[in-house]
Design a protein around this ligand. Structure first.
Ligand code: PTJ
Length: 252
């Protein structure tokens, strides 16, 4: 990987770019993943490359939803494997939930490499190599699902997802938590809870929130969700982008 000096003003963004490029070289990430990362970077730039108040609120709601779940499952694709593999293993451990590899540009070789990577980082349960069910209404590889994992889950975390599967999972009656830097994407609009934040910040924040809220009663966790409105959160994210841009102009 290219050496990035810590003093560089765009250090975090450049490191993430290197990780995705490295993921492609190692065979975890699709070449299309590079384009997805570029799109994410652009939105992150507009957000000010920080966790906004709306993202923090959505993260807390997501943690409550995952803690209330009877069968949570966490989806992992090529970009997630490149950017936050250890962090996903830690989140899975905090929840006692399985990780399931699910790829849009599916090859069995890439699924196997990602599953091996997660296991090498300490993951207890990694699914996705032998799918035995299909999400109804999808005619691409993303339909592949595993019983005991995403197929049977009541709450699914889907970082960097396409809108079709998000919608299909919601149609199955599942609660879906998305992580997507684009507040306007179909995934963001279809999900039950959308964390508009970079996955490199969102996943560690989510694990901290899960640990912090894990002592709460079911009633208190439900209260966190009672007044949660995803549409309002997405509006707030757009307002935060606008405010950040106004701020930038003021400073020039
Ligand atoms: O590994 P595969 O084959 O499953 O493919 C994964 C990608 C991500 C290539 C595939 O799902 C894809 O093409 O996704 P899209 O449709 O480009 O959507 C990705 C969404 O994630 C976009 O809305 C991006 O803005 C957003 N995004 C990109 N990078 C990040 C991000 N959101 C959070 N954190 C990021 N680092």
């Amino acid at each position: 990987m290219t050496e990035i000096p810590k003093s560089h003003p765009r250090y975090a963004s450049l490191v993430a770019r290197e990780r995705v490029a490295d993921g492609v070289k190692k065979g975890f990430t699709s070449t299309q993943g590079l384009i997805a990362q570029g799109r994410g970077e652009a939105f992150d730039y507009l957000l000010g490359e920080k966790t906004t108040p709306s993202a923090a609120k959505a993260t807390r709601a997501a943690a409550a939803m995952l803690l209330l779940a009877e069968r949570p499952a966490l989806s992992v694709n090529g970009n997630v494997a490149a950017l936050v593999p250890q962090e996903m293993v830690e989140l899975a451990r905090a929840l006692g939930a399985p990780l399931e590899v699910n790829l849009f540009h599916r090859t069995e070789e890439r699924v196997g490499k990602i599953a091996d990577l997660l296991r090498s980082l300490g993951a207890k349960e990694v699914l996705g190599e032998w799918p035995d069910a299909a999400v109804p209404g999808l005619d691409h590889a993303r339909a592949k699902a595993t019983r005991g994992g995403i197929y049977d889950a009541d709450v699914v975390l889907i970082p960097l997802e396409d809108g079709d599967r998000c919608e299909a999972l919601v149609k199955m009656g599942k609660k879906v938590i998305a992580v997507d830097l684009n507040p306007l994407s179909r995934t963001s609009r279809m999900a039950t809870v959308t964390i508009v934040d970079n996955i490199v910040r969102a996943v560690p924040n989510l694990t901290s929130a899960v640990r912090e809220l894990s002592g709460l009663s079911k009633g208190d966790l439900s209260k966190i969700l009672e007044d949660y409105d995803n549409n309002r959160i997405l509006h707030q994210a757009v307002e935060e982008i606008q405010a950040h841009l106004e701020e930038q102009f003021k400073n020039t």
